[in-house]
Design a protein around this ligand. Structure first.
Ligand code: ADP
Ligand code: MG
Length: 265
């Protein structure tokens, strides 16, 4: 099968700032020896507690930061050693949705330009009419009205902003989407809408998706396969239903045991 995204033995550590010059510089290994792959149309869920390295892994997969060591492949191509310009030319194929729908949109930019930004890089030379039509089309597909083009981010709710962020991520028709806790900053009812939207878009676009969450219930609902991270390591991976019904690692069992139970009363 077609590997859209692959990582081999990724490592990333950070040097923490010293509280005083007398102290030793401490190093934190945020991602340790992580390997993964995602096929076309498949969703890989990544779960783990806060601080387990999920967002660092997402930034590595997006090549927003270089790993200390390891290899990254996008659609089979090794992108580990590419220059910034070479990476930029390939970015339209892999896009990301971040956790915070407030911080991820530029408050001074109209929705038209916000959503068109990745398109302006990927497809130079579009006419103004074509550019506008592409933005209107993708806004409608994420459930927003195309008459909102001239508005600014502060005129939208959190859920609408996250839809705008998803529209921006999808406008270049990427093959891979990395979603880092895309709904966890939103109200529960809006969360469900965003998750259903991602699930629909995944089918419609045939997207390979990396879906990161600390919420196991959401990952069970969305992911075909899943990985469990602890202290930067992957401690368990497998088909989602297998992991939930027969978890092998004690940490996975503890996470599942801590899930809120649905009652039938
Ligand atoms: P998660 O997304 O699972 O909550 P993160 O990837 O954000 O985990 O963080 C993993 C670890 O790496 C944490 O201990 C965090 O403090 C540390 N870390 C993440 N980014 C940085 C950074 N830019 N500088 C220093 N430490 C960082
Ligand atoms: Mg995180």
């Amino acid at each position: 099968m077609n590997r859209m995204l692959e990582a081999r033995n990724l490592h990333k550590s950070y040097i923490l700032p010293r509280a005083s010059w007398l102290e030793q510089r401490a190093r934190i290994a945020a991602v340790r020896d992580v390997s993964l792959h995602v096929h076309a149309g498949e969703t890989l869920g990544i779960v783990g507690e806060s601080g387990s390295g999920k967002s660092t892994l997402a930034r590595l997969l997006m090549a927003l930061e270089p790993p200390d060591s390891g290899m990254l492949l996008w659609q089979g191509e090794d992108v580990t050693a590419l220059t910034a310009a070479e990476l930029r030319a390939r970015r339209h194929g892999i896009q990301m949705v971040f956790q915070d729908p407030y911080g991820s949109l530029d408050p001074r930019m109209r929705i038209l330009d916000t959503v068109a930004e990745p398109l302006d890089v990927a497809e130079t030379g579009l006419t103004r009419e074509d550019r506008r039509a592409r933005v209107a089309d993708i806004l409608e597909r994420v459930g927003l009205n195309a008459d909102m083009l001239a508005r600014y981010p502060h005129q939208f709710s959190g859920g609408q902003r996250q839809r705008i962020a998803i529209a921006r991520a999808l406008i270049t028709r990427p093959r891979i989407l990395v979603a880092d806790e895309p709904a966890s900053a939103l109200d529960v009812s809006i969360q469900a809408q965003i998750l259903n939207l991602l699930s629909d878009l995944k089918l419609e676009f045939g997207l390979a998706m990396v879906f990161i969450s600390h919420d196991l219930g959401i990952v069970r609902y969305l992911a075909d396969r899943m990985m469990v991270m602890q202290h930067g390591f992957v401690v368990e991976e497998g088909e989602t239903e297998r992991v939930f019904t027969a978890p092998e690692h004690p940490y996975t069992r503890a996470l599942i045991a801590a899930m809120p139970k649905l009652t039938t009363e």
